[in-house]
Design a protein around this ligand. Structure first.
Ligand code: SAM
Length: 280
């Protein structure tokens, strides 16, 4: 393959940046940012600061997955003979950030794709949480609307895995309460401002943490880690009734029975009959 003037092989370079502390930019990532022919970024003002830190004067192009098809096609075209770096405002590109369509299309066009691994808030928060790390699921941001949020939680409630959510300060307490309702009152950790001056991790049950933040929404960037379901005692008839009544407010009877069966590990048919009784 022909080298470009920068000395980097042509292709796409996925560059992980810091999630707060500029010192977390790896020497290899800084080197690619200094030598790439062009850097695709989310926000040129945000990335300008990191490029100054890295000693890079390379040109930037704004890129989002919803950018016009033409923008992506031109970048893919350029990768034939030039090196294109992809950088996010924070952390690893593609993780709740733009990039997957660029990677998909670059591969489809036969371009070289290289990743420069580095920080991601999801993994950093998981390591701080003290919760099981052997199986985890990244959930990104929960939907804002109540029903969509409850549906998203119901979908994963039965999974034996630690869950990772991105969240914002103003919504934190309400989201934690919704998680307690939809997942059960599990152990959790809230990490904010990781690698920055006011870094803090608080642990407790979801309802304790929700109460803790109810009157004082925290500032800054936040990750919530929720532990897997415990070996809970079998659900009581009262628990099943309460869960059915709540689910029937959102779902038709058969779906409500299915959701509760999954969540509480009970028989679907018996729950369906009980749901009809409660409804009648
Ligand atoms: N690509 C990034 C990554 O690899 O972590 C995530 C980008 S996403 C748009 C931004 C969200 O990540 C924030 O709203 C917050 O939930 C989380 N986040 C980013 N930096 C963080 C930090 N220093 N501390 C805690 N959470 C952070």
């Amino acid at each position: 393959m022909e080298n470009t003037t920068s000395g980097l092989e042509p292709g796409l370079y996925i560059v992980a940046g810091p999630i707060g502390n500029l010192g977390d930019l790896s020497p290899r990532a800084a080197d690619v940012l200094r030598r790439a022919d062009v850097i695709a970024v989310e926000d040129t003002r945000v990335s300008a600061r990191l490029l100054r830190h890295a000693g890079s004067d390379r040109p930037m192009i704004p890129y989002h997955d919803h950018s016009a098809e033409g923008v992506r096609a031109r970048l893919i075209e350029r990768m034939a003979g030039e090196s294109v770096a992809l950088l996010s405002d924070a952390g690893t590109p593609l993780i709740s950030d733009p990039g997957y369509k660029l990677v998909r299309d670059a591969r489809a066009a036969g371009r070289s794709v290289v990743t420069l691994p580095g920080p991601s808030a999801a993994i950093a928060a998981l390591t701080l949480s003290g919760l099981p790390t052997d199986r985890f699921l990244f959930m990104g941001f929960l939907p804002v609307k109540q029903k969509a949020r409850a549906d998203a939680l119901a979908e994963v409630a039965a999974l034996r895995a630690t869950l990772i959510f991105y969240e914002s300060g103003p919504r934190l307490s309400e989201s934690l309460a919704a998680m307690a309702q939809g997942l059960g009152d599990r152990d959790a950790a809230v990490s904010r401002e990781i690698s920055k001056a006011f870094e803090e991790t608080r642990t407790g049950t979801l309802s304790e943490l929700s109460a803790r933040y109810a009157d004082a929404p925290p500032k800054g960037e936040i990750v919530v880690i929720v532990g897997p379901p415990g070996e809970a005692p079998p659900a009581s008839a009262e628990d099943a009734d309460a869960a059915l009544i709540e689910a029937m407010e959102r779902l038709p009877v058969s779906k409500a029975a299915g959701e509760v069966a999954k969540k509480l590990g009970l028989d679907r048919r018996a729950l369906y009959d009980r749901a009809l009784e409660l409804k009648g």
